[in-house]
Ligand binder design. Sequence first.
Ligand code: TXA
Ligand code: MG
Length: 300
Amino acid sequence: MSIVEEAVEVLRAGGLVGMPTETVYGLAGDACNDDAVRRIFAVKGRPAGHPLIVHLAGAEAITDWAASVPPAAQVLAAACWPGPLTVLVAAADRVSRLVTGGRDTVGLRVPAHPVALELLERFGGGVAAPSANRFGHVSPTTAQHVLADLGTDVDLVLDGGPCPVGVESTIVDCTTPVPQILRPGGIPNEHISALLGGDLHQARGPSRAPGMLASHYAPRATVILAESAGDAERLLVAHPGACLLDGTADLPAYAQRLYTMLRDADASGASTVIAVMPPPAGLGHAIRDRLTKAAAGRTC
Ligand code: TXA
Ligand code: MG
């Protein structure tokens, strides 16, 4: 039996699998098995009101999960899947409200990672998968990160190598009259906006997606944000021994290494990280978002 076939058996038995995706590793369980879904929440230490994204093998499965598929979701799915995009749509009645955190909407995504796609195709159903880290901690981008964070709480970890994108999917709420970006991610906001003919709003109101909490993705070290390399130099003088993060010359590489760099800073024992913010364009939106949340510190 191949390791992916073994992982399918684990999912069928209600177990949890560390699943590589192009963004970050997910903690995967059968989205139709309420016990598996409860275990995902328990292992992560995640509040029940924080919904899980359902991962699918292909866009054709969207109608199994959505009560209706608005035109914006159709356009985005056709253009971006498989890829780092999650669309929120009205949930079909059969979707467990444990998965949706009690809401009537569900987040759906088709990941672009060969191991994830093989797992999803062989499994055949929807797989609920949040990032495979404890709640509020830095997301995992290697199989080793998953094991370091979750240990034996996960039944099997599929090693698909380092995640190529490195930051989570862009979440677009397609249930509002004008679609909204709830979380900037691997697909730049400008690309989403262009696909929707500019018909797009930034999220409004308090915490439309619970992942928009001010503090999230936080290492142990204190993260101080610098708006330029010059700013960072001044901050380094004030904080001798601080660890410097600056990938602004190459944003895809900055995104890909971001969480590893935050984890490495913690492993080195650094008490302070000075991180240079990229301009708010392209992948810069997602990197700025994650660094801002890392700078808000750990709340758990
Ligand atoms: O790239 C990704 O999206 C990764 C990989 C594993 O696919 N997954 C991921 O899942 O980042 P998670 O659970 O760590 O973050 C998903 C975010 C959470 O903030 C959750 O609250 C929000 O999406 N979300 C999911 N379904 C939602 C819904 N129906 N309404 C509002 N927010 C939702
Ligand atoms: Mg997460």
